[in-house]
Design a binder for this molecule. Structure first.
Ligand code: OFO
Length: 170
């Protein structure tokens, strides 16, 4: 059985994961409209992954005798002024999510809820990957800057990675 504190913290994370999915979806839509199909496919796929992260938490909370709450979401507030600005926000967002996962582990340990701590380890590993992916993308975008040819090639790279079902981090 989950403690009230643990349940409330997990429910906050459910909201955070749902908002992550919306952020990626907003980025995907923006990239698609701009004609960057590779970046869009990558973002659509990330959005689905975030939804899966959310669902996994919903199932876990309910399975442990709690009640997963599906709440309203904040609208993604993104700075679309440049690719750099957009991807910098993405990276910062993933760093923030990692912090909130670490915070959840802290709460689980302080409550001696070892089952939840164990469950959260999957998220800890996942965040290492997500942060690394966001950083690799940001580094590449920083290198390319506003160079149109560079962005075109980068978009193609993203298309190939998504088509192959690979992560951009190799
Ligand atoms: Fe759910 O991992 Fe990104 O935000």
């Amino acid at each position: 059985m989950l403690s009230d504190t643990m349940q409330a913290a997990l429910n906050e994370q459910i909201k955070a994961e749902a908002e992550s999915s919306q952020i990626y979806l907003a980025m995907a839509s923006w990239a698609e409209v701009k004609g960057f199909d590779g970046i869009a496919s990558f973002m659509f796929r990330q959005s689905d992954e975030e939804r899966m992260h959310m669902l996994k938490l919903v199932k876990y909370v309910n399975q442990r005798g709690g009640h997963a709450i599906i709440s309203s979401l904040d609208e993604p507030k993104l700075d679309y002024s440049s690719f750099q600005a957009l991807f910098r926000q993405l990276y910062r967002h993933e760093v923030k999510v990692s912090e909130s996962i670490n915070n959840l582990v802290d709460i689980a340990l302080s409550q001696k809820d070892y089952a939840t701590s164990n469950f959260l380890q999957w998220y800890v590993s996942e965040q290492i990957e997500e942060e690394a992916t966001a950083k690799v993308i940001l580094d590449k975008i920083d290198l390319i800057g506003d160079d149109k040819g560079g962005l075109y090639l980068f978009d193609n790279d993203m298309k190939n990675f998504t088509a192959a079902g690979h992560n951009i981090v190799q």
